[in-house]
Write a new protein. Structure first.
Length: 100
């Protein structure tokens, strides 16, 4: 199971794990019940919850929308889940974020 799938936080439920190489993950979800955005984290190991963490529990670092667009675009053609990346780009296009 990818490390990112194990990170569950009520303020950032994940819809798609876009990238996970075991050490670093990028996911798309909804922050605090409203804003759709990108989250990132270093995954750590069995003895360390990685970064960021809150009271030793893994959480996501959430990016502002204007940074999400270039980050998501940069994932195309990498080892990322390109199908999920394209879904996120479609969502960003529908929201008008790609034009901003």
């Amino acid at each position: 199971m990818p490390a990112a799938v194990q990170v569950k936080h009520s303020k950032f439920p994940v819809d798609h794990v876009l990238y996970d190489d075991g050490d670093f993950s990028i996911a798309w979800g909804t922050y605090d019940g409203g804003r759709r955005c990108l989250g990132m984290r270093w995954n750590g190991d069995p003895n360390d919850a990685g970064y960021p963490k809150l009271f030793q529990h893994p959480v996501w670092f959430v990016l502002p929308e204007e940074l999400s667009v270039p980050f998501v675009k940069s994932l195309l053609g990498t080892t990322a889940d390109n199908k999920a990346v394209l879904k996120v780009l479609e969502e960003l296009e529908a929201s008008g974020a790609l034009k901003r």
